[in-house]
Design a protein around this ligand. Structure first.
Ligand code: ADP
Ligand code: MG
Length: 793
């Protein structure tokens, strides 16, 4: 029996799903797989686990498992359900990558779908669980899709052993056909239960013309709603955290609370991405290249490297990383990275107010403006559930987390920019770029639907109906068809799913994607070479198993697996943790402009100086950008033990939130390694000395071994044609498989050195292709650590 407070009980009774409890429980009891579709906010996530608990699914120490594609949902929903049921967090718990509060007494466990996938690797039949709920299946995250495929096989197996496992797939009312009309997935079509929720009509207003500056347009629209329309909450959809924060500030200023203090306005800094582009403006024009010559040059370079290797055969002065010497450390879990990677923290930027007469507006009713995005701390997110202060109007400025994951009460007006930010990958090269594109019609309609929960509502679309009709796709492509599948492929192969092409995906990734991922994994040494182009059954190598045990991307897994040599593990751990988090170092502000006053010259000089100091000299400097990160993380740990982390970050141009995240990752990775490898005894040492010169050299080898396909060679000055502008070719490199040249990013500490051979963490595209995260390597290492690259030519 569950002992709920009367207040909770009252709010539960208002949820439409409560009326369906009996129907849901009957369907679950009688069918192995049930699909539950209901509007966002109808109570699926918070209530269904409770129904199952009360029906005895957590008896006999069995667990009710709930998977979420987003970490924020796993944490906040476990908290909410524990609170509603009056149970502790050791009974209703969560587990996300590197973090959780699950215990032996846990009976309802919320986890990210990556966590469950890892558990399947350890216990294929998931014997601890009586039932699995796959939540937010409409989001179609890669791991949810794989889980559905795997569970479609696990459920009948458990049934055969008369120890049944149930599966509930929960989704917003979007495109269920991929799950239901897919005989490869489920032989008998699972029943679909629809939770009808009260939905009031929403009047959709299109703009006559599509606004290009949708943030400004959203501001104007919100002002008009607030000053001219009856009360009711406003929900504004933008694409990213930066936009959200900017609009929140603007609205707060326009409709301020009189007693609100202008605190936290000191730390103003405009570190928009444009700065990077500005810095590169000297070479902004796209470079025209003779591609054949480039190809030739790469081959020549590799030949030289081979010669160099022969010459260096006798070089035994330094130890080398032994590629056959790797540790097998069972990992725990991985998870989808759904973070918005443009997270730049709560940094203030100050733009001019436009259009409206703000003085007039300030006389209005105050507006209670709240941001909402995935990376916002849970307690701040929870504010949207609270009623706004007396006499004010609630206005939430959100990314698409508010589309389906979290429900905001009492919204009457929705303002929709119609766009969504996604990371797009080039299928062949893996080059990624964040792009803002039109969202799907389905997503736009979901957004509009948020306005009709308390009564009739209005949705203002900041685009024209022609745009909507002609440019918006019906549905967004599932993630599995959009991003590289390296990690997925290795994980699946490590689970002995050989023929990934035959796997019952709800929608299969395309064959080219799988082939490219396979090739990269072969280069990495994680998979054996397939016998032919048509061979889809390449096996995991012993190194591949070691790699797959680490809860990080395969490249990083390899670096960790090799790092127990020469005492490198603490450094690699640091490096991998730092490289897993985006935008750790703040961009050094440009000269001129208003930042001048905010960031005096000394600050800029100091940041640059600190980074140079961290980069060091010799092998340390050649280790490049990862070295700066290792040192930054080390120094941050030291500062934080003395309670000075925030100050330290501000002084040295580090993003505080990123550093906090890295510290967490580092600690958790360290704990995991310790748990599984008894004599290794690692700790997070606040006094970790920098790596020695030899260690730095070895770390460069480790990096190359993890990035064997991300090698670039400097464009030789001699081959730049007479009539060409040499400046254009400054910092230009070429990579084995990319036709266009790539440029060393201005933020790299190696930019001055411009070494001949480098490896990079990623190439991204803005006005041209840039490499980020650069390390210099020695050509004679190529045949050892990137042998396949040499075989290419
Ligand atoms: P669904 O999963 O169907 O979208 P949920 O179960 O997430 O619905 O939400 C049901 C209701 O519970 C929503 O109206 C939401 O506003 C409310 N709710 C969810 N989490 C909280 C919370 N932490 N505090 C207060 N109300 C919440
Ligand atoms: Mg939900």
């Amino acid at each position: 029996p569950v002992d709920r407070s009367s207040e909770i009980q009252d709010s539960r009774l208002k949820l439409p799903i409560l009326a369906e409890e009996q129907a849901i429980m009957e369907a679950v009891n009688e069918n192995p797989v049930v699909i539950l579709a209901g509007e966002t906010g109808s109570g699926k996530t918070t209530q269904v686990p409770q129904f199952l608990y009360e029906a005895g699914y957590a008896r006999d120490s069995k667990i009710i498992g709930v998977t979420e594609p987003r970490r924020v949902a796993a944490i906040s929903m476990s908290k909410r359900v524990a609170e509603e049921m009056n149970l502790s967090s050791s009974e209703v718990s969560y587990l996300i990558r590197f973090e959780g509060n699950a215990t032996d007494r846990t009976c309802i466990k919320f986890m990210t779908d990556g966590v469950l996938l890892k558990e399947i690797q350890i216990d294929f039949l998931l014997s601890k669980y009586s039932i699995i709920i796959l939540d937010e299946a409409h989001e179609r995250s890669v791991y949810t899709d794989i889980l559905i495929g795997l569970l479609s096989r696990i459920v009948p197996l458990r049934n055969k052993r008369s120890n049944p496992l149930k599966l509930v797939i929960m989704s917003a009312t979007l495109r269920l056909e991929d799950f239901t009309e897919n005989p490869r997935l489920f032989k008998t079509t699972p029943p679909v239960i629809r939770v009808e929720s009260r939905q009031f009509p929403v009047t959709v207003h299109f703009n006559k013309r599509t606004a290009a500056d949708y943030v400004a347009e959203a501001f104007t629209k919100a002002c008009k709603i607030h000053t001219q329309l009856p009360e009711g909450g406003i929900l504004i959809f933008l694409t990213g955290q930066q936009e959200v924060n900017a609009l929140v500030r603007k609205l707060r200023r326009a409709f301020s609370f009189k007693d609100r203090k202008n605190k936290n306005r000191k730390n103003k800094r405009d570190i928009s991405r444009n700065d990077t582009e500005n810095m590169e403006s000297e070479t902004e024009d796209k470079v025209e290249t003779g591609e054949d010559e480039m190809e030739l040059d790469m081959q020549k370079a590799i030949q030289n490297a081979r010669k160099a290797k022969r010459k260096h055969k006798g070089d035994v002065t330094l130890p080398y990383i032994n590629l056959d010497n790797y540790s097998v450390i069972p990992g725990d879990d991985t998870e989808v990275d759904l973070l918005e990677e443009d997270d730049l923290g709560d940094i203030e930027s100050d733009e001019d107010e436009d259009g409206l007469n703000l003085r007039g507006l300030a006389a209005c009713q105050p507006m209670w403006v709240l941001p909402l995005y995935s990376l916002l701390p849970t307690n701040k997110q929870a504010l949207v559930f609270e009623p706004p202060p007396e006499g004010s109007r609630l206005c939430v400025v959100a990314t698409n987390v508010a589309e389906t994951s979290l429900t905001i009460p009492n919204v009457k007006y929705v303002v929709d920019c119609g766009r969504v930010k996604t990371r797009m990958y080039d299928k062949m090269t893996g080059v990624s770029a964040f792009t803002v594109t039109w969202c799907s019609k389905a997503a736009a309609n979901q957004r509009a639907g948020r306005a009709g929960r308390m009564g009739p509502g209005h949705c203002y679309r900041l685009y024209s109906s022609a745009m909507f009709n002609d440019q918006f796709e019906e549905f967004a492509a599932p993630e599995i068809q959009r991003k590289p599948v390296d990690d997925l492929l290795l994980q699946m192969k490590a689970m002995n799913i050989d023929k990934v092409v035959n796997f019952p995906f709800p929608s299969a990734p395309d064959l080219l994607q799988i082939k490219c991922a396979e090739r990269r994994l072969v280069l990495l040494g994680a998979l054996k070479e397939p016998k032919s182009k048509e061979d889809w059954t390449s096996r995991v190598t012993p190194l591949g198993y070691a790699i797959s045990a680490f809860p990080v991307a395969p490249r990083f897994g390899k670096m960790l697996a090799l790092s127990h040599q020469h005492g490198l593990l603490p450094y690699t751990l640091c490096m991998v943790a730092a490289l897993s988090v985006q935008e750790v170092l703040l961009e050094v502000p440009m000269h001129g402009g208003q930042e001048e006053t905010e960031n005096p010259k000394q600050t800029r000089a100091h940041w640059i100086q600190t980074r140079r100091k961290w980069a060091g000299v010799g092998n340390s400097l050649f280790l490049g950008d990862p070295m700066v990160l290792i040192r930054a993380v080390g120094a941050a740990e030291f500062a934080s033990r003395r309670g000075q982390l925030l100050q330290f970050c501000t002084d040295n141009g580090l993003r505080h939130k990123a550093v906090t995240e890295i510290r967490k990752l580092r600690l958790q990775l360290t704990n995991e390694v310790n748990l599984n490898v008894p004599d290794i005894d690692l700790c997070v040492d606040p006094n970790m000395p920098p790596p020695t010169d030899v260690q730095s050299k070895l770390l460069r080898q480790i990096l190359l071994s993890g990035l064997p396909d991300q090698v670039a060679h400097k464009v030789d000055e001699a081959e730049i044609k007479e009539n060409e502008d040499k400046v254009k070719w400054k910092h230009a490199y070429r990579c084995a498989e990319m036709e266009e040249p790539v440029f060393m990013h201005s933020a790299s500490v190696l930019r001055k050195k411009s070494p001949e051979w480098v490896v990079y963490q990623e190439v991204f595209e803005t006005n041209k292709l840039y490499m980020r995260g650069i390390t210099a390597i020695e050509p004679e290492w190529l045949p050892i650590y990137a042998p396949a690259l040499c075989n290419l030519s």
